[in-house]
Each structure stands twice: as structure tokens, then as C-alpha cells.
Design a protein around this ligand. Structure first.
Ligand SMILES: [Zn+2]
Length: 125
């Protein structure tokens, strides 16, 4: 892959990581807000439960995306970013923008998923 392209994506990923980390911080501070709110009898409990659920999901999503970004940055350091682990083909840039930590090209990904569903079917039988 073009080193220029890699460095552009790297910059984007680092920016993304900063955004994600500040969201994570905000999200964890939301915890305190919810605790404060729940101490007041005025608040409808379903509202509090709703925010808690959203917060948990948000936290899960942020963690997941942060680890994707971190993995992609590690792969950049190793020089394996954007290369398929299976067939050594270049992973299309479009795919990498959606999944920066993708380690397989689309064709190999599909094969892997087929194998996975086949083995899980065997497991069920
Ligand atoms: Zn491949």
C-alpha cells in the first residue's frame, strides 16, 4: 500500500482515537450524573434505567472501536496494515475505513465465514 495512504489513515485513526477516548471519558462521567439523579425521588426510574442501558451499550461500543483502532495502529507499526493475512492481497481502502483492523481481504473473509458456519453446523449435528 502507498505509504502516503497509510499515513493519511494513520492520522485519521489517531484523531478517531482521541475522539473515542474523550467520549469514553464523558460516558464514564455520565455515571456520576446518573447516580446523582437516581438519588432524587423526582426522577422516573425508567428514565434512569434507560440511561444506564444506553451508557453500557455506548461503553461497549467505544471499547470495541478503540481496540479496532489500536490494532490497526499496531499493524501499521509492523508494516502489515492493509494486507490480507491469508493471501497477502491488499485489502481495499474502502473496507479499511469501515474496519481499520481488518486482517483479511473480502474473499478470504467470506471463505473464513463459510468455514466457520460449516464447522458450527457440524457441531450442531
Ligand atoms: Zn485474502
Amino acid at each position: 500500500m502507498n505509504p502516503k495512504t497509510v499515513s493519511t489513515i494513520k492520522k485519521e485513526l489517531i484523531q478517531r482515537r482521541d475522539v473515542l477516548m474523550s467520549l469514553q471519558k464523558k460516558n464514564s462521567q455520565a455515571d456520576i450524573d446518573i447516580v446523582e439523579v437516581s438519588n432524587k425521588d423526582l426522577v422516573d426510574l425508567s428514565d434512569v434505567e434507560g440511561s444506564w442501558f444506553t451508557k453500557e451499550r455506548m461503553s461497549f461500543h467505544l471499547k470495541q472501536e478503540l481496540s479496532q483502532v489500536a490494532n490497526a495502529l499496531v499493524r501499521m507499526e509492523q508494516g502489515t496494515f492493509g494486507r490480507c493475512e491469508e493471501c497477502d492481497a491488499e485489502i481495499p481502502i474502502k473496507r479499511l475505513r469501515v474496519r481499520p483492523d481488518a486482517t483479511l481481504c473480502l474473499a478470504c473473509q467470506e471463505t473464513a465465514e463459510r468455514d466457520m458456519s460449516r464447522s458450527s453446523t457440524q457441531f450442531l449435528q
